[in-house]
Write a protein that binds this ligand. Structure first.
Ligand SMILES: C[S@@+](CC[C@H](N)C(=O)[O-])C[C@H]1O[C@@H](n2cnc3c(N)ncnc32)[C@H](O)[C@@H]1O
Length: 216
């Protein structure tokens, strides 16, 4: 099991809304760090300035990144323009046609930008459809108990757990990761949801083989 540097009971907000790369990578890093990903492709949708893109590009054969905002796109594009295995494009994922499938899709911190439930569901399905092996989604999950406790008013566009599960059907194993631990869905908010496609040749092991379950 991976050694963690932070205790499991720190909340999303106590960690500054996960504004640091270290916190975000702590959740999905353990799933990937022992895999040889050098033959696989990935896309980082909503890459901002490209922090996660850069981390992925050190491991994957090819990383595409998509960013909507001018300022972020310009920074990411400038940062990686000489990097042969990163392609940064500007576009809105709700209208951008992905021209191919990717082994791994990263859709982190973007879904709850969309005010329409119908569009959120369509986009999640779109990402799942383009993920050959796994889709990593970080979003705000609707949970009244946690929402009341943490005053999450500013996160308006929640995705319900029911939605997250119903869209994946029987095609994926679904895991929720918080602070490097697998968590029960009751306390999942702003956490990482990993959809692992149930195919016999999936390079990503079941996450229960990698992460401990949080005792909290
Ligand atoms: C909260 S940041 C997350 C950045 C990064 N993925 C991470 O997890 O650290 C969300 C990013 O998604 C971008 N974004 C928002 N709506 C988008 C859209 N429709 N298409 C592509 N990117 C979008 C924003 O501009 C912003 O850079």
């Amino acid at each position: 099991m991976t050694q963690l540097t932070k205790p499991a009971d720190r909340t999303w907000f106590e960690r500054g809304g996960r504004h640091t790369l270290e916190c975000r990578i702590q959740d999905f890093g353990p799933a990937l760090e022992n895999l040889d990903l050098s033959t696989y492709s990935a896309i980082d949708i909503g890459c901002a300035e490209g922090d996660i893109t850069g981390w992925l590009a050190k491991r994957f054969r090819q990383v595409d990144a998509l960013e909507y905002m001018d300022a972020c796109y310009t920074k990411a594009h400038t940062r990686f323009k000489d990097n042969p295995n990163i392609t940064v494009r500007q576009g809105d994922i709700s209208t951008f046609p992905l021209s191919k499938d990717y082994d791994f899709v990263f859709f982190l911190g973007v879904l709850h930008f969309f005010t329409s439930e119908e569009i959120r569901q369509r986009l999640l399905r779109y990402c799942l459809d383009h993920a050959q092996h796994a889709c990593f989604v970080r979003t705000a999950i609707h949970d009244f108990h946690v929402r009341d406790q943490r005053n999450l008013a500013r996160l308006e566009h929640f995705v319900t757990l029911e939605t997250l599960h119903s869209l994946a059907g029987d095609e994926f194993d679904i895991h929720v990761v918080d602070n490097g631990y697998l968590v029960t869905t009751e306390r999942a908010v702003g956490d990482l949801v990993v959809y692992r496609r149930r195919s016999y040749n999936n390079p990503l092991p079941l996450l229960s083989e990698i992460y401990s379950t949080s005792a909290v």
